[in-house]
Ligand binder design. Structure first.
Ligand code: CA
Length: 234
């Protein structure tokens, strides 16, 4: 899951970023409203943590601009103000929830999980592909009841593949979704991570779950016991 944090107070932004990364989210930050809006319009995020008091454009203006453009990414507003009108204004503009500063990280994480759950149409906390299960709350994978621990990037990669199973994902789609948008396209980092992921989730005597599609990218496949081994260019 990719989260955008728009917050000008550097300490608060890095506190949120660090906490979310420990929970296996991919986090990008923006330090003012304009930069945040531009990032949110150009990149797919699963949720946005949006501070109200921001330079250049405040949080309400950012939210209004997003919703006016038809961007429905769930938004959690951070407000330092206690007044009811402020909270109502955010919700009326299309915020999904709000949190008053100061807050405990655990509360932010819980509210984020809640708006992410509400926003996923399938209303599920788990993704399934064959006998592989990915828990969207704990961020662990399971195969044959066995727990598989994943790093932040491995989790993000697997989640993206599983949400799009049977669909061919190009390297640039994977790069944009899982890594920073400005990553070197010549890098072999995707292949390195796919290999690590395969070592964790696949079984040597069974068909590959993550299939290489020559010259394009990768595809996650629902495999049956009798599926022959697919073409593999490794
Ligand atoms: Ca602020």
């Amino acid at each position: 899951m990719r989260i955008l944090v728009i917050e000008d107070e550097r300490k608060v932004a890095s506190f949120i970023k660090r906490g979310l990364e420990e929970e296996r989210y991919i986090v990008e930050t923006a330090a003012d409203g304009e930069q945040g809006l531009a990032l949110a319009m150009d990149n797919p995020f699963d949720a946005i943590v949006l501070d109200v008091m921001l330079p250049k454009m405040d949080g309400y203006e950012v939210l209004k601009a997003l919703r006016d453009e038809g961007n429905a990414t769930p938004v959690l507003m951070l407000t330092a103000r206690g007044s009811t009108e402020d909270r109502v204004q955010g919700l009326d503009l299309g915020a999904d929830d709000y949190l008053t500063k100061p807050f405990h990280f655990e509360e932010l994480a819980a509210r984020l999980r809640s708006i992410l759950r509400r926003s996923t149409t399938e209303k599920t906390t788990r993704l399934q592909c064959g006998d592989l299960t990915l828990d969207l709350v704990t961020h662990f994978a399971y195969r044959d009841e066995k727990e598989i621990e994943l790093t932040t990037k491995e989790y993000a990669l697997l989640e993206y593949l599983m949400r799009n199973k049977e669909r061919i994902l190009s390297r640039s789609m994977i790069m944009q979704h899982v890594w920073k948008h400005n990553f070197d396209p010549e890098s072999n980092i995707i292949d390195v991570y796919i290999k690590r992921l395969r070592q964790k989730i696949e079984k040597p005597d069974q068909p590959q779950m993550v299939q290489s599609v020559r010259g394009v990218g990768y595809r996650m496949r629902e495999i049956a016991d009798n599926t022959p081994r697919g073409d593999d260019d490794e």
